[in-house]
Design a protein around this ligand. Structure first.
Ligand code: XMP
Length: 538
């Protein structure tokens, strides 16, 4: 700690009972550890892991003003990794003031190198980089690696390397290619690790984070997603007052949890509008109605608009036109209903990842444009209520479970706004094709659930290409559609890998699809990853 700073760090902070504050629009949490983003691919994951340790965390740009940071009184700061070399001209700067706030700081990868360089350590670009799994050899455990094994695996992704720690720092560990893979200066509350504790390939990564969060920052680990419920309810009440609120319910987990939170806050001031475009999965519309209207007794308008959607889709085959048509009709139908309610507020299930990805930080989230299809236009004359904008997807599920939402709804895989329409490709959407793809989807989900794989997959669904091929069924020649099975694993839908479904499962699904659905005589498996393919076919 610099000689001028008087704020206590580490144990001293615990003794002094230092608790973090929060910015005006952030949740009112007692303690937070802020992650400063230097552009690393895992930055979001660091914040998620910190929260999993029971400590509220947000991701902020690395150039955030020092005053803004100081105002939040964080219990600790984590400097993320980043793609730049610390010697690059445009390398994001680590300002010395950040290390002198009297708040403990943990630098990860780039964050560690930048700290080392700033404080007089020796950082050089290594001949060979260190990418992927590596071995960490702990020489001295210090405070950061206390009670952790002397030898452990870790995940590395760097070329610049710390060769000597800054004066006053203790080198704690080395790895195969990094002479100084961890260091600390307990007095100053400054710590650095070259490896990535946030990825699963670093088995003791969470323990290292916990040492920092609990032992160094003095956090108590008591935050949980459910702990935001009461606070959000109070906030919603304060925002909405006596006003009327409207929520477009899609049946997905985000809008459902958002709606339930708002209903808990303001009861029947909320009306949900469920625009049923007729392109939902099997039984889904009925489930939405029964959960919301019957079980939770939320005022719900169920608009069965399938006829108008289908008639507008007749002869539309171009994917973009299809999306536009559905999006446009969705808005018209929603506006018709909203007009009858005269609401001032609109609930949106914006998530923290949307906020981060839009780069909006503390401003308003700009939702990815294609996700707006089947959503609402930005210029509607409503004030937004966004009770989930500080939560990650998993946390939203936890809140949903806490609110008593049925397991099926809580764990529902994502489903696109335009529904099954974008899974009928190369031909027009009509009732016959919708029935086929809906039934196929139900069979696939059924078998995937039976195999216990539903939660492991980001999405699993069927696509109906409008082509027909010859087959032989019984003694007869058939001329029918193929069904494509698409199943992917992913963390955030930005990238995805095709899921290695077991052959036995594929065989059962294939048999059932062909035997049970008239009009299907062939089944294929999509084995493309994203990129270069996308998850959906249109
Ligand atoms: P792609 O196909 O672009 O999809 O890899 C990424 C994720 O987004 C979902 N998706 C949508 N979600 N409205 C939505 O709410 C849409 O128009 C839409 N289009 C795609 C898709 O299912 C996947 O999870």
């Amino acid at each position: 700690m610099s000689g001028t700073s008087e704020a206590p760090v580490g144990d001293a902070a615990i003794e002094a009972g230092v608790a973090g504050g929060a910015a005006a629009d952030s949740p009112l949490i007692a303690q937070e550890v802020l992650v400063l983003d230097f552009g690393g691919q895992y930055s979001q994951l660091i914040a998620r892991r910190v929260r999993e340790c029971g400590v509220y965390s947000e991701l902020l740009p690395s150039d955030i003003s020092v005053d803004a940071l100081r105002e939040r009184e964080p219990a600790g700061i984590i400097l993320s990794g980043g793609p730049a070399s610390v010697y690059a001209d445009d390398a994001p700067e680590l300002r010395s003031e950040l290390l002198e706030l009297g708040v403990p700081v943990l630098g990860i990868c780039y964050g560690m190198q930048a700290m080392a360089l700033k404080l007089g350590g020796r950082v050089e670009s290594a001949e060979i980089g260190e990418f992927g799994r590596s071995n960490l050899h702990v020489r001295e455990h210090g405070k950061l690696l206390r009670d952790l094994p002397d030898e452990q695996q870790c995940w590395m992704s760097h070329r610049d390397t710390v060769y000597e720690p800054p004066p006053g720092f203790t080198a704690l560990a080395a790895s195969d290619e990094s002479p100084v893979a961890a260091f600390e200066n307990v007095e100053r509350g400054l710590y650095g690790i070259q490896f990535h504790p946030e990825v699963v390939h670093t088995p003791y990564g969470t323990d290292v984070l916990k040492r920092f969060l609990y032992d160094v920052c003095g956090a108590d680990g008591r935050w949980s997603p459910a702990s935001v419920i009461d606070e959000q309810i109070a906030k919603i009440r304060a925002q909405v007052g006596e006003g009327k609120v409207i929520c477009g319910l899609s049946g997905g987990v985000d809008s459902s949890v958002a709606a339930l939170l708002v209903h808990k806050a303001v009861g029947d001031q909320l009306t949900c509008v469920f625009v049923d475009h007729g392109m939902m999965r099997k039984n889904e519309a009925e489930q939405v109605v029964s959960v919301f209207r019957d079980h939770f007794e939320v005022p719900l308008i169920h608009v069965d608009a399938s006829e108008v959607f289908l008639s507008r889709l007749a002869s539309v085959t171009d994917p973009e036109e299809k999306r536009k048509t559905i999006g446009d009709q969705f808005i018209r139908t929603f506006e018709d209903e909203a007009g009858k309610i005269d609401a001032k507020f609109l609930v949106q299930g914006t998530l923290y990842s949307d906020v981060i990805e839009s780069g909006a930080g503390h401003g308003t989230a700009v939702i990815k444009s294609h996700h707006n299809v089947g959503g609402l236009p930005e210029d509607m004359d409503f004030e937004l209520v966004e009770p989930l904008r500080w939560l990650f997807k998993d946390e939203v599920r936890a809140v949903g479970a806490e609110l008593g939402m049925p397991e099926r709804l809580v764990w529902r895989q994502p489903f696109p706004g335009p529904g099954l329409a974008i899974r009928i490709v190369g031909g027009e959407v009509n009732e016959e094709r919708l029935d086929i793809v809906r039934e196929a989807d139900a069979i696939l989900q059924d078998e995937i659930r039976k195999a216990g794989l539903y939660r492991e997959l980001w999405q699993s669904f069927c696509v109906l290409p409008v082509v027909r091929s010859v087959g032989v069924q019984g003694d007869e020649r058939s001329y029918a559609y193929p069904i494509v099975i698409r199943a992917v694993t992913s963390d955030d839908a930005m990238t995805a890998d095709w899921a290695r479904l077991p052959y036995d499962l594929l065989e059962t699904v294939s048999k059932r699809l062909i035997n049970e659905i008239r009009g299907v005589n062939r089944v294929t498996l999509d084995i493309s990853s994203k990129p270069p393919a996308t998850i959906e076919w249109e």
